[in-house]
Design a protein around this ligand. Structure first.
Ligand SMILES: [Zn+2]
Length: 507
């Protein structure tokens, strides 16, 4: 058995080494590399992908994995999980005909180009037929990999958040629809009372960066084991707990964006930095879409970024301590702005058309629109050509607004052009998990007190000990049960949002 496992590791080390190099190339592509290298790079990456596939499809490797899987009961818990995940991935890889995989790779590039064009021209009809093609292809590929008792959409959501079923999501969104939608409609009907003139000023990017560096110290993000760069889209990336980086975007006309995007990405980054090194090089290091790190528990990953962004950085306690620092960096712009106005402005509830700039309260409703549509699409209840109309109807129903064009509506997200269906609902799940963690932490540690006493390391240690260190060793349902002694319960999320926004409105 030991010999067999050693042999297995010899194979995976070879593929991991190639994947390591590919991840570095990916980071380089997103940050430093000039655009002119794009086509040569994609040729080289294509070659490296072939080499990884060749290692995985080597008959000797397949035999080794199958033999280990047959003896899985004799392995300790860590290796049991490792081999289980390896076997699952390998089976999927072997089941899907290679020509379909190649077709998918090519269609992704084509679909993304058409999506960009359609979005630019505000015209869904440009994207319509390739989207239909993508959906059909994803259905075909998934029909090879799904479990017998699963529908296609059930298999897709299981890939992004392992173990969470359609029934779980339905229950979650039913609760949001019943409890949150009426509350949101009530909140947005009220006139907000604050002065937001300071938001109309430009904020120097160099000074924004200085404040983000300050936030890194506050959270605290370990800069000895990572760092950040500027990039077009904020995202987090890593190769190991010892190298985790994230990108940020600075907007002169919206300094709040870099503040909250940085705390979001740092939440992801601290999660990766906290994973136990013993999982490195195994499928259990994979947490979410960081670079090339797989996608198995995206909701849990998102719960860490949302925890730092929402529970910590969007709290009042946080700015009671750190607002003076922001004021000292932006003296002219903020010296006459009371903390209270600042707090109200960054928590402003908006009927936004666009998900990525929406506030904490309406955000899950944006996700609900996407979930309902994806589900209906994959159950053949609606047709692609009707998507703009259906999208707008749902936005009217949940947020009482109607997008003025397709780019503000159905065309706003890149996900579908990449064939990512079933990913969106994990975003809402992440927010809800974050509230459940907060509720649990508050039983023994007072989060607000820690924030006020600048003891965020106490909270980070708790998260590391209970969540981060496990990587994806524990799947979401197990993790929730182990940490909170209860199953996933969206009531904490709904209560948190209602409490926060009721307080904000009463003032
Ligand atoms: Zn995130």
């Amino acid at each position: 058995m030991e010999k067999l496992y050693k042999k297995y590791k010899e194979f995976t080390k070879k593929s991991e080494a190639i994947l390591f190099a590919m991840r570095i190339v990916f980071w380089d592509a997103q940050t430093e590399a000039p655009k002119s290298i794009a086509s040569y790079r994609s040729e080289m990456l294509g070659e490296l992908t072939k080499q990884v596939l060749a290692i995985n499809k080597d008959p000797q490797f397949i035999r080794i994995v199958n033999s280990l899987y047959e003896k899985i009961d004799f392995l300790d818990d860590f290796h049991k999980r490792e081999i289980y995940e390896e076997k699952r991935e390998l089976d999927k890889l072997l089941k899907v005909p290679e020509d379909l995989m190649i077709k998918h790779q090519k269609l992704k590039v084509h679909a993304q180009q058409l999506w960009e064009e359609a979005r630019e021209k505000q015209d869904f009809s440009i994207f319509e037929s390739v989207l239909k093609e993508m959906i059909d292809l994803v259905k075909e590929i998934t029909s090879y990999t799904k479990e017998e008792n699963q529908t296609i959409y059930e298999a897709l959501i299981d890939d992004f958040e392992r173990g969470i079923t359609l029934k779980d999501y339905d229950k979650f969104f039913d609760q949001l629809r019943a409890d949150l939608v009426p509350f949101v409609l009530e909140v947005i009907a009220k006139e907000p009372q604050y002065n937001d003139d300071f938001m109309k000023l430009p904020y120097d990017v160099a000074r924004q960066k200085k404040f983000v560096e300050y936030l890194m110290e506050v959270l605290p993000f370990d800069t000895k084991r990572g760092g950040s760069n500027e990039g077009v889209h904020p995202f987090c990336w890593g190769t190991s707990p010892d190298d985790v980086r994230f990108t940020l975007r600075y907007l002169e006309n919206n300094f709040l964006f870099s503040i909250f995007a940085s705390t979001h990405e740092m939440g992801h980054a601290m999660h990766y930095q906290g994973v136990d090194r013993k999982y490195l090089g195994t499928p259990l290091f994979r947490i979410s879409s960081a670079g090339f790190i797989g996608l198995s528990i995206s909701g849990i990953a998102e719960s860490q970024s949302r925890f730092y962004e929402n529970i910590i950085a969007r709290s009042k306690a946080f700015w009671e301590v750190h607002y003076h620092k922001l004021q000292s960096i932006f003296k002219e712009e903020l010296q006459d702005v009371p903390m209270d106005d600042f707090y109200k402005v960054y928590n402003k509830v908006q009927q936004s058309y666009i998900r990525v700039v929406s506030d904490e309260l309406t955000y899950p409703l944006h996700i609900m629109v996407r979930y309902e549509i994806e589900k209906a699409l994959f159950n053949d209840e609606i047709e692609v050509k009707d998507l703009p109309k259906i999208w707008n109807q749902k936005m009217k129903k949940y947020l009482n607004i109607t997008p003025r064009n397709d780019s503000e509506g159905v065309l706003q997200d890149v996900h579908w052009s990449l064939g990512w269906f079933g990913y969106f609902p994990t975003y809402a799940l992440g927010g809800a998990y974050a509230s459940q963690w907060a509720n649990e932490i508050n039983k023994t540690i007072n989060i607000d007190e820690c924030i006020k006493e600048s003891k965020l390391d106490v909270i980070n240690d708790w998260l590391k000990e209970n969540i981060h260190k496990y990587g994806s060793f524990k799947l979401p349902k197990q993790l929730l049960l182990d940490v909170t002694n209860e199953e996933f319960n969206p009531k904490y999320y709904i209560e948190y949002l209602k409490r926060k926004y009721t307080e904000l409105l009463l003032k």
